[in-house]
Design a protein around this ligand. Structure first.
Ligand code: HEC
Length: 119
């Protein structure tokens, strides 16, 4: 019994710490990541995302996709295999105003974020 409780406690601690680095702040249109604990490369990628990926919709769409693993509009899976396709889809939209390099940076960031969520 004590052993079970101990493992339960341990599990909770591990589960919380895995999410500790991925802080979502704000609600609705204001929803975004708090990048203070991101590694420098991902911070730089986030600087691109928070400018380029809010032109047509807010960051909520991206955050929800990453947190839930489901793309909120199409209802399709949003996992590591899908991020690149979504990035390219956004790049191809009229007036996307993004370079391939910028999209690549946001795809890398989305993959990293997915890893943090699914640890
Ligand atoms: C030119 C406008 C535009 C820009 C810029 C844009 N998006 Fe989108 N985004 C859309 C539209 C329109 C949709 C609605 C669904 C669709 O057409 O795929 C969408 C949908 C989405 C979805 C949900 C997809 C689904 O199938 O549910 C995600 C996630 C997303 N965008 C992420 C991003 C990211 C990340 C970036 C930056 C790399 C970005 N968007 C930049 C227009 C844009």
């Amino acid at each position: 019994m004590v052993k079970t409780l101990f493992f339960l406690l341990l599990f909770c601690m591990v589960a919380t710490s895995a999410h500790a680095g991925l802080k979502v702040v704000g609600k609705g249109d204001n929803m975004r990541y708090d990048p203070s604990s991101f590694p420098p490369v991902m911070k730089a990628n986030y600087d691109i995302m928070k400018v380029k990926c809010i032109k047509c919709h807010t960051l909520e769409r991206t955050v929800v996709a990453i947190q839930t693993g489901v793309a909120p509009i199409s209802g399709q899976p949003f996992d590591r295999n899908a991020t690149k396709a979504y990035g390219v889809k956004m790049l191809r939209k009229p007036d996307a105003n993004m370079s391939k390099k910028e999209v690549k940076a946001t795809v890398e960031l989305m993959n990293w974020l997915l890893d943090q969520v699914n640890q």
